[in-house]
Design a protein around this ligand. Sequence first.
Ligand SMILES: Nc1nc2c(c(=O)[nH]1)N[C@@H](CNc1ccc(C(=O)N[C@@H](CCC(=O)N[C@@H](CCC(=O)N[C@@H](CCC(=O)O)C(=O)O)C(=O)O)C(=O)O)cc1)CN2
Ligand code: MET
Ligand SMILES: [Zn+2]
Length: 781
Amino acid sequence: MSNVSTSVRLAVATLGTPRIGPRRELKTALESFWAGKIDETALLATAAELRAANWARQKARGISVIPSNDFSLYDHVLDTSVMVGAIPEIYGWTGGSVPLATYFAMARGSEGEGEACAHGHVHHHHGVSAQEMTKWFDTNYHYMVPEFKKGQTFAVSSTKPIDEYKEAKALGYQTRPVLLGPVTFLKLGKSKDASLDALSLLDGLLPVYIEVLKRLAAEGAEWVQIDEPCLVLDLDDAARQALRHTYDVFAKAVPQIKIMLATYFGDLGDNRDTAVSLPVAGLHIDLVRGADQFAVVVAKAPKNLTLSLGVIDGRNIWRANLPTLLNKLEPVVTALGHERVQIAPSCSMLHVPIDLDAETALDTDVKEWLAFSLQKMDELSVLGRALAGQRDEVADRIAASKTAAAKRKESSKIHNRAVTERMSGITDQMRRRHSPFDVRAGVQHKQFGLPLFPTTTIGSFPQTADVRKARAAHAKGTLKDADYDQFLKEETARAVRWQEEIGLDVLVHGEFERNDMVQYFGEQLSGFAFTKHGWVQSYGSRYVRPPILFGDVSRPKPMTVDWWRYAQSLTKRPMKAMLTGPVTILNWSFVRDDIPRSEACRQIALAIRDEVVDLEKEGARMIQIDEAALREGLPLRRSQWQHYLDWAVEGFRLCSSGVADETQIHTHMCYSEFNDIIDAIGAMDADVISIETSRSKMELLDAFKTYHYPNEIGPGVYDIHSPRVPEVGEMKHLLVLARQRLSDAQLWINPDCGLKTRKWDEVRPALVNMVAAARELRAQA
Ligand SMILES: Nc1nc2c(c(=O)[nH]1)N[C@@H](CNc1ccc(C(=O)N[C@@H](CCC(=O)N[C@@H](CCC(=O)N[C@@H](CCC(=O)O)C(=O)O)C(=O)O)C(=O)O)cc1)CN2
Ligand code: MET
Ligand SMILES: [Zn+2]
C-alpha cells in the first residue's frame, strides 16, 4: 500500500467553522459598529480578515474541502432570509440588495426614543422589534426565526454566498459554499397567519436557490454543501415529499453542481430511505449522535453517492480515539473506494471553541483529553491520511491519541468514591417535598404576606461595562480581592435600594458577581474545568464559555450563601436566592461522554441540593433554581422525550426537595413552548415558575390552563431581548390575557427573563412601568 500513498487522497472537510475569531474579534467589531465607534467599512474589513484567517488555518491543517459562506455577521438563518428576500414589511425594505441597517434591524430591532409623560410613565415611539429568536435544534445557538406571510414571494436579495465564494477564490481557495437547505429553512420559519403551511411556499423559493446555484457554478464552484438538518427530525410525508421534489428540481436545473447534502445532530432514522435516494452527489451523516446508522447507510447508499462520514464530534470537545475510529473506517473505505468517502466532523464546528493551544491555565491532564476546532482539524487530517494509505507517516499521532484515551479512562481525577456512594444512597423521599403544594402554599402565604399579583424580577441586573471591567481587572490581578468584593457589594446594595424604592415586592441581588449563570457554578464545582478563551456563539454577538464537565461532581463549599446573606441584610423584603439547576448546568456545558447524561445530571443535582439546604439554613425562604435549558434540552425525536423528561424532572426534584414547606422554591424557564411537556412542568412541583410569554401574547399559558396547573406562575410581561421600554398599558393588556387563563391567586408579575443584557436606562423605566401595571391591576381586582 505504501507506494500508492502519494497518489491516493481522501477528502477531508469541516462543514463550517466558528466565525467569532480566536479573540472574539467579531464581537468587538459588531459592538463597536452598533455603538457608532467604527463605520461599516471597518466592520466589513474585520469580517473579511476573519474569513481569510479561517480559510488559511484550515488549509494549513490539511483540510481539503474548505467551506465558504459559513461565516455570518449575526446568524446564518437570518442570512438565508435576506438571501431569498423574506423580509417582513415592517423593516421597510422595498427590493434590491438588502442594506446592513435592515439586516441589523431584523436581528436586533431598531430603537425608538423614550419620554416621560405627566403620570411618570415612560412612553416610547415604537421602533421596530427584532425578528423572533429561538434555539437551533438542541444546541445553545439561537437563530432568527424566518417570518413568512400569505402570498410570500422570494427573490435573490443578497449575493453573499457568491461574494464569499469569489473572495476565497481570489485568495487561492477552491471552496465548497454552504447553504441552508430550502426545506429546513421553510420548516424553521413561522407565520402570523396560522393557516399558512410554510412548505406551500417551496415552489416560489426554489427558483431563488437555483439562481444562486447557477451563479456559483458560473463562478467556478463544483460542489455546494446544502444543509438539511431537518432530516434528523420526525417528518411527515409532506416534508419528505418536499425534500424529494427540491432535489429533483435542483438535479434537473443545475446538473453542473454537485450537492453534498448535509444532515446532522442525529440519526436519519425513518428518513433514511428518503435521504439515500435523493438525486444528490453526496450525503453527509452524523456518526457521533447517529453512530448506529453507519452500516445501514453504507449498505443502502447507491453506488454513485459520495458519503461524508461525520466521525469527529462537532458538538463536544473530547479528543477522538483515532485507532478505534480507523478500525471502524478502514473496511468501509476499502469497500466504497477512496473517491466515494469524505471525512468530516459530525456537524459544523460552530459549536466548539477555536483553539485549545490558547488555554495555558487548563489542568495539563485534562488538556490532553481535549480537542477544539483546530485540533479537530488535525484529527480529521490524520484520519484522512491514514485512510489514504499513509498510516505509517501519521503513526505517532495515532499512538498519541490512543495514549491520551487510555490515560483519561484511568485518571483518578475523574472518579470520586464519595460521589458514587452518595448516588447509591438516593431515596425516593429525597425527590419529594414534605407536603403537597396546597399545604405548602398556605404556610408560605401566611409567612410572606405578599399583596395580590406580587412583583419580582428573574435575577440578573445589567452587566455593565464597569462590572465586566472590574471582573477582568480582578482576574488579571490588578484589582485586589477586597476591592473587587467592595465594588460588587456597592453594586448589589444600589440595586437592592433601588428595587425597594420603586416598590418591587420580592427582590433579587442582581447577580453582579457572576460572569454567566452556568460558568459561575462550573467554576466552583469539582469535576468541571473552565477555559479562558473557549468562547462559543450563543446568538449574534453574545457568546458563552461552556464549562467542561470531565469528572464526578461535588461541591467543595457553599457557592452563593455569602452573597445571599449580604443582600438580605440590606432589606426587610424577601430576597430570592438564585441558583442554576442541574439540567441547565448540564445542557449548557460540554459533558462527559463516559457516563450517561442522566447520571451526570444526578451528580450535579446533589451538589445543588447541598447549596439549597445551606441557603435555607442561613434563612433564605425563597430560592429560585433556574432551569432555562430544561425545555431546550428536549431530544429532537419525540420517541426519546419521555426518557429525557423523566431524568430531567427527577434532577430538579432531587435538588429542590431538601427544604421545609415554608421555603418557597421558584424556577424559571425562557423560550418555552410548554404544550407538549406540561405534565413534566407539573411534576417539577416548583411553588412558583416564571416563564417567557410576552411575545406569544400569553398564548403559552393555554397549556397551563388546559392542564389545570395548580402552582403559582409569573408569565413574563415584557420582552427583555429588546431595548424597547414597554408601556404600562401594554403590560396591563398582557395581564388581562393572563387572567383569562389563570386564577388571580396564581399570578406573579415579572419580566420574561433576566436583565443582564440590558442597560440601566432601559431597565429602570421598564420596571417602574411594571410595578405601576401591577398596582393598577390590584386596584381593579
Ligand atoms: N450559558 C448560557 N447560555 C444561555 C444563556 C445564558 O445566560 N448563559 N442565556 C440564553 C441566551 N444566551 C446568552 C448567551 C450569552 C450572553 C452574554 O451576555 N454573554 C456575554 C459574556 C458573559 C461572560 O461570560 N462575561 C464574562 C466575560 C466578560 C468579558 O468579555 N470581559 C472582557 C473584559 C471586559 C471589559 O474590559 O469590558 C474580557 O474578558 O476581555 C464576565 O462578565 O466576566 C457576552 O457575550 O458579552 C447572554 C445570553 C440562552 N443560553
Ligand atoms: C437565561 S435564564 C436567566 C436566569 C438568570 N437568573 C438571570 O436572571 O439572568
Ligand atoms: Zn431566562
